[in-house]
Design a protein around this ligand. Structure first.
Ligand code: COA
Length: 174
């Protein structure tokens, strides 16, 4: 029987699946050790989307009042089903819970799929980092939600919260 999509905080026993997806998604993947270290950092929040197993994940860092989307990926076989959108929204809601004033991220200039996803969530290009990615010296676009603390954006977040997939049943609301 197939299991419905749900969201959960990443756990140690998700790491193997997460790293497999990471390797499929990025030419410069984070190591399992890097993810494990993130799990123990109080300023990091790591989420997974699960069905039969992990199908995607996202990582948010808080630096004072800046929330930074540090990682977001969906298994190639599970793309275009709204999982990336759900994870991004979960991270944005986490940013709100942690009182972020604004949200930032870097994205490859060639990564039009991710840029579209971010633009649909209020991210705007505010800068360009030359040769940011070490594997091919590709530039990064710096994208920011500057309107994060406006009433309009907070209302939008509340709507998105209502549309999120449920928490996985072994997940405790924190
Ligand atoms: C970017 C990524 C996370 C999107 O995940 P996904 O689950 O496929 O995305 P969703 O199905 O939730 O799509 C949400 C929106 O993103 C945009 N999008 C996603 N994939 C797209 C594509 N291939 N082409 C154009 N737009 C795309 C669309 O606006 C889409 O909305 P729509 O389906 O209504 O048109 C996924 O493509 C991925 O893991 N890529 C590799 C890793 C990566 O680039 N991460 C981001 C690093 S900054």
């Amino acid at each position: 029987m197939s299991r419905a999509l749900c969201l959960a905080h990443m756990r140690e026993d998700d790491l193997h699946a997460v790293v497999q997806i990471e390797r499929l998604c990025f030419p410069d993947p984070w190591s399992e050790r890097a993810f494990r270290e993130e799990l123990h950092k109080p300023n990091a929040s790591l989420w997974v989307a699960r069905e039969e197993g992990v199908v995607g994940y996202g990582v948010l860092w808080m630096q004072v009042d800046e929330a930074h989307i540090a990682n977001l990926a969906v298994h190639p076989q599970h793309r275009r089903r709204g999982i990336g959108r759900a994870l991004l929204r979960a991270l944005l809601l986490e940013a709100r819970r942690r009182s972020a004033a604004f949200v930032t991220l870097e994205v490859r200039v060639s990564n039009l799929a991710a840029q579209q996803l971010y633009a649909a969530h209020g991210f705007e290009v505010v800068g360009r980092r030359k040769a940011y990615y070490t594997n091919n010296r590709e530039d990064a676009l710096l994208m920011t939600v500057t309107q994060f603390n406006t009433l309009e954006y907070q209302a939008q977040l509340a709507d998105w919260a209502a549309m999120l997939p449920p928490l996985c049943c072994d997940e405790h609301a924190t």
